[in-house]
Write a protein that binds this ligand. Sequence first.
Ligand code: NDP
Ligand SMILES: CC[C@](O)(C(C)=O)C(=O)O
Ligand code: MG
Ligand code: MG
Length: 333
Amino acid sequence: MTKVFYDKDLDQAVLNGKKIAIIGYGSQGHAHAQNLRESGYEVVVGLREGKSFDKAKEDGFEVKAVAEAVKDADVTMILLPDEHQAKVYNESIKDNMKPNSALAFAHGFNVHFSQIVPREDVDVFLVAPKGPGHLVRRTYEEGAGVPALYGIFQDVTGEATQVAMSYAGGIGAGRAGILQTSFQEETETDLFGEQAVLCGGMTSLVKAGFETLTDAGYQPEVAYFECLHELKLIVDLMYEGGLENMRYSISDTAQWGDFVSGPRVVNEDTKARMKDILTEIQDGSFAKDWVLENQAGRPRYNAINNREYNHPITQVGKDLRELMPFVGEAVNK
Ligand SMILES: NC(=O)C1=CN([C@@H]2O[C@H](COP(=O)(O)OP(=O)(O)OC[C@H]3O[C@@H](n4cnc5c(N)ncnc54)[C@H](OP(=O)(O)O)[C@@H]3O)[C@@H](O)[C@H]2O)C=CC1
Ligand SMILES: CC[C@](O)(C(C)=O)C(=O)O
Ligand SMILES: [Mg+2]
Ligand SMILES: [Mg+2]
């Protein structure tokens, strides 16, 4: 089995006395900054003026313009949207990093697809949490954590591995598991997972189920509870104990349906399309398309986003969640 590292395997002192600049204060940024601070490390946040700048200040951080935050940092972690990283790196980061400091990422996209060519006199690593930033923060506060991958692109100081692993520990990943990877593996598997399974695959499955039921005349509220709300409860059982734990809790009737009907929905044809998606990620065509979409001002992204927002599942979900305060606070409020 691949070696999985935990807090007991880490030398957390490696980061002591080092200044960590967190660039961006969004989903991952707020979580890394707050977890690292609570793990005892010195954190400065780098941002343009705006909503996040004010939020990071409210949360008690020293907040500076990106170029200023980077200047005396020992580790610069870029937690901006992937599509803005190259511009900010070239304009504000590249010429301001100290030699022998470390440049870090939570996803390998920009380095792997050569949108950012890092300076040769700095360490370059990634620490990629395998979970959304708001859960990186929430699980840390609960005394748990989200697993993370670390990978080294360039090690000029001989310390890159220790620093990367300690950083992963500082955000709470040492409670859940830290695995070594490469920029290529992290980038390709992360893109594949989010497109085919976790986000793209899941939203398409949920909407297809919802539409099948509502098109057949069933109530949208019933379809919402059946295909979206209950998904969390089912996935929680898988998270806690694998497929077998979920199957233990559901009825035998459901398990029989799982066995005979699941493969009629997701089958060898689906896997062939998953393979196409993986190939487009590996050969760089997905990345090229995403870079061009951004350069063109996101016409397709915005049109699809608008259409999705107006899907009936969105409205019925809003109405039902208002009546279920225990469901919790949405992270986008
Ligand atoms: N989202 C996730 O859970 C995960 C993300 N990752 C990776 O982490 C990285 C960050 O992603 P994510 O957290 O989703 O990013 P977000 O979209 O949440 O980042 C938004 C932050 O970036 C700031 N920002 C945007 N543009 C600029 C700019 N031009 N100059 C300065 N600040 C800017 C925003 O500030 P403002 O308020 O001013 O707009 C805000 O603070 C990416 O590489 C992503 O792939 C990896 C694992 C999971
Ligand atoms: C699953 C989406 C993700 O890869 C993540 C939260 O891990 C992302 O890029 O946001
Ligand atoms: Mg991911
Ligand atoms: Mg991702």
